[in-house]
Design a binder for this molecule. Structure first.
Ligand code: HEC
Length: 107
């Protein structure tokens, strides 16, 4: 019973999030963001622990190479008011590149 209620809440939550979300993350990218824990702290449109990827692009207008660099070597001074993002050296280079190529498409 408890499980049913929980899963109903979950479905409702997902539906609400989907209805509000403006940015559709392509499934292959979402998989990479999930696997590399980015989603724990970032969403495409809204601020979570870190800034929304859209906001990152609006404020900084990075090139994909710069984003790859920042995944391995974050610069917390770029985002006053946020906690520091830990460097993620374990992210495979090709995956970091794919994620970065998607982030730069956000406006
Ligand atoms: C534990 C939380 C956390 C995780 C996990 C995390 N981030 Fe962040 N990220 C942050 C925070 C907080 C900031 C803002 C402060 C900073 O840059 O240190 C940030 C900043 C950024 C920025 C902007 C950098 C800049 O200097 O302008 C990018 C791009 C980014 N993250 C991408 C990613 C990607 C891609 C992943 C997964 C590979 C990821 N983050 C994982 C918390 C996180």
């Amino acid at each position: 019973m408890k499980k049913t209620i929980l899963s109903l809440l979950f479905v409702a939550g997902v539906a609400a999030t989907t209805a509000k979300a403006q940015t559709k993350i392509p499934p292959d990218i979402e998989k990479l963001l999930q696997k590399n824990t980015c989603l724990a702290c970032h969403k495409a449109d809204t601020k979570l622990v870190g800034p929304a990827y859209k906001e990152v692009m609006q404020k900084k207008k990075y090139k994909a190479e710069q984003i790859v660099e920042l995944i391995y070597k974050p610069k917390p001074s770029n985002w006053p008011g946020y906690p520091a993002m830990a460097a993620l050296p374990q992210v495979p280079k090709d995956e970091a590149k794919k994620i970065a190529d998607w982030i730069v498409t956000l406006k």
